[in-house]
Design a protein around this ligand. Structure first.
Ligand code: SF4
Length: 351
């Protein structure tokens, strides 16, 4: 079955035409979905009963069912169930008047980062474009009730976005469309562990989305330990691809560096990182590790984070220190879904 939210406006009009319907119906359907908050085809009152029945029989919508939410002061975490029973999550981050949604692009993740709950179980499957679009759409509907809107998107939830390239790209184009949520591409950020061919391909898409590399180590040897998936791509090739992306799109490049106590947070690591990034137009975003239950990794002391940042800045590298919003609700990516799935597994074990 095809999925309604995987269609661009033109694609839906083409699809309707192939079904023997008028193209203008696409505008009515988009209006119901993206403006009026319809939860089913049945609610689309200006479509005939027969058409509503044909749409329901041929197009999947909605695909996501909300299982639970978890609130903290500045974040809300949403756990969704998909039609095949798999679960993914999204996080709404509130910062002043900015409403950012962190989207998942896959169920599980192939990157298997040492510090991440999502990576623990590996990749289960990629999400469709509609499953990504609906995360933003359904959260935007909830915000609208309070007079708020989603204005920023980050592809930093479960999954490696560039390993689900086509669906992620499609979701960017759909969510950017003025007939949908109309979120500026400049307010969208894709985060990758460094899929070289994906970065270079994205640079040629005529987009202006921001790109973030999850770097986490100043050399290939240590990086392979922290991100097992990274052994496929030499660090120099990844950095060259990131430079290429910056040159082609004019967007700033950001490197994320999760600080893990006694693993990558030493003075020697900061010096090596500064040497690696010397002369690059970039920002390093330092993220003190957010502890995950069941993983034997620790968050560095505040003094070590401050010292690390000072070393980078003394070498001319712009560095920010990102406070991880939502620590209190376990907002490390994948953590909520992992928790729920292990609860379900334990429930099924006899005795
Ligand atoms: S940190 Fe991101 S890339 Fe790494 S395993 Fe988790 S979801 Fe995947």
């Amino acid at each position: 079955m095809e999925e309604l939210c995987s269609f661009t406006f033109e694609e839906l009009a083409d699809w309707l035409e192939r079904m023997g319907e008028k193209r203008f119906r696409a505008a009515q359907i988009f209006d119901w979905v993206y403006r009026k908050g319809a939860g089913s085809f049945e609610e689309m009152a200006n479509l005939g009963k027969e058409l509503r029945g044909r749409l329901a029989a041929n197009l999947g919508f909605p695909l996501l069912k909300l299982v639970s939410t978890q609130d903290s002061k500045e974040t809300t975490k949403f756990l969704w169930e998909l039609r095949d029973g798999q679960r993914v999550e999204s996080v709404l981050i509130r910062s002043f008047d900015r409403r950012t949604v962190c989207l998942s692009s896959q169920v599980g993740c192939p990157a298997r980062c040492a510090f991440c709950a999502s990576g623990k179980e590996g990749l289960v499957r990629s999400l469709s474009a509609a499953e990504i679009v609906e995360q933003a759409l359904l959260i935007d509907r909830m915000l609208k009730e309070k007079g708020e809107r989603v204005c920023h998107l980050v592809y930093m939830g479960m999954g490696e976005p560039l390993e689900n390239y086509d669906a992620v790209l499609k979701s960017i184009r759909i969510l950017n469309d003025e007939k949908t949520l109309h979120i500026s591409q400049r307010r969208m950020t894709v985060s990758t562990v460094g899929i070289v061919e994906g970065i270079r391909r994205l640079a040629g898409e005529d987009l202006s989305v921001n790109l973030v590399l999850s770097l986490h180590a100043p050399n290939q040897h240590l990086r392979k330990k922290i991100i097992p998936f990274a052994r496929k791509y030499p660090l120099e090739e990844i950095l060259a691809a990131m430079d290429f992306y910056g040159e082609e799109t004019g967007r700033d490049i950001t490197y994320e560096y999760t600080l893990l106590s006694k693993i990558n947070d030493g003075e020697e690591h900061a010096l090596e990182l500064a040497a690696l990034l010397k002369g690059k137009q970039c920002t390093v975003n330092l993220i003190p590790y957010n502890p995950v239950e069941g993983l034997r990794l620790e968050r560095p002391e505040k003094e070590r984070v401050v010292a690390f940042r000072e070393i980078l800045e003394s070498k001319g590298i712009r560095a920010t220190w990102r406070y991880t919003k939502g620590d209190d609700i376990a907002a490390a990516c994948g953590q909520l879904a992992l928790k729920k799935s292990s609860e379900l597994t334990n429930f099924g074990v006899p005795g």
